[in-house]
Ligand binder design. Structure first.
Ligand SMILES: Cc1cc2nc3c(=O)[nH]c(=O)nc-3n(C[C@H](O)[C@H](O)[C@H](O)COP(=O)(O)OP(=O)(O)OC[C@H]3O[C@@H](n4cnc5c(N)ncnc54)[C@H](O)[C@@H]3O)c2cc1C
Length: 279
């Protein structure tokens, strides 16, 4: 197969591996009909310096991985190292990710800068219009418990990522193969995107070592990795469904099987563990 790059070079390859992430050009080539699906919500994110947070928060909450269930939304927060990598008390930071429902029209607005330019692939934090940040801070003040508001209002940078997923119908086409986010993108609730990408890479490498014929190797890889990728997307859709459906409480729709304790138990776990351990 001959691969042409945007700079006009070309390469001849026995196997072309698309490891080019969420917006994969290789996926677009083998499956032009597969499009990222918007979840109906964005993830607002911010990082605060430890010493800027209230005494109460630092004493009682800082060291915890927190799940904060809010009407129609979910915030997760956790401590991270300081910008210099330090984990000394006083020099650490607290990171939050707040999934918040956002219509497609509102999203278009959020992704458009002051000059009217629409950043379809994500807007740099410095170009997000101030009024959107003011709005999200107002909402935090209205719906969050007092001791959590600080992590939103005192964050040094506030940004957001629209939450999409990608459900591929194939991950191999002749001698072209997709791995990682190029193959499947699960909503970040599953927290296993990096693990999945690594497992895909190991599986493909082993299949190429174990099979002398490339076509057999790629068949073996697809058999091993298609289903875990598909399940990760389904698992992510389930975990985010209460935000997408704007339920005030995740347990409000019984058929979703999302009592908060279960969301906490199964988030950040590969779906096969959830099934194996009956979580
Ligand atoms: C809000 C959010 C939170 C997340 N949290 C977690 C988490 O807690 N834990 C976790 O495991 N995962 C998390 N993820 C998912 C994780 O980031 C991805 O699943 C993971 O990075 C996928 O790895 P990848 O190598 O397939 O793709 P990427 O990391 O996207 O790498 C693709 C690479 O290809 C390059 N590339 C793209 N196009 C081209 C091209 N045309 N030519 C050359 N190079 C190209 C890119 O520059 C990039 O370097 C999160 C994702 C989001 C959106």
């Amino acid at each position: 197969t001959r691969v042409f790059t945007s700079t006009g070079k070309h390469f001849d390859a026995d196997v072309v591996i698309g490891a080019d992430g969420f917006s994969s050009a290789v996926r677009k080539y083998i499956s032009p009909e597969i499009k990222p699906k918007y979840s109906g919500y964005v993830g607002w994110r911010g990082i605060s310096e430890e010493l800027k947070l209230s005494d109460n928060f630092r004493r009682n909450l800082f060291s915890h991985y927190a799940f904060l269930f809010l009407p129609q939304s979910l915030l997760i927060g956790y401590p991270i190292a300081g910008s210099n990598g330090s984990i000394e008390v006083g020099s650490r930071r607290y990171n939050y990710l707040w999934y918040y429902p956002t219509t497609k029209e509102k999203l278009k607005n959020l992704l458009t800068d002051k000059q009217g330019y629409f950043h379809s692939d994500g807007i740099p934090p410095s170009l997000i219009e101030g009024e959107h940040i003011t709005d999200i801070i107002k909402i935090a003040n209205k719906i969050m418990p007092k001791n959590f508001i600080d992590i939103v209002t005192k964050a040094s940078t506030t940004m957001f990522q629209p939450i999409y997923d990608v459900m591929s119908e194939k991950i191999v086409s002749e001698n072209i193969v997709l791995i990682g986010d190029a193959a499947f993108v699960a909503r970040p609730h599953v927290g296993i995107g990096v693990l999945k990408a690594a497992q895909d890479a190991v599986s493909l490498a082993n299949a190429l070592i174990d099979n002398s014929a490339t076509s057999d190797a790629l068949k073996t890889y697809a058999l091993e990795r298609f289903e875990p990728g598909r399940q990760a997307v389904i698992h992510g859709r389930n975990l985010g469904s209460f935000i997408e459906q704007r339920l005030d409480k995740p347990e409000d729709e019984l058929h979703l099987n999302l009592p908060p304790e279960r969301i906490i138990r199964v988030s950040g776990r590969p779906y096969e563990h959830v099934v194996e351990q009956g979580l």
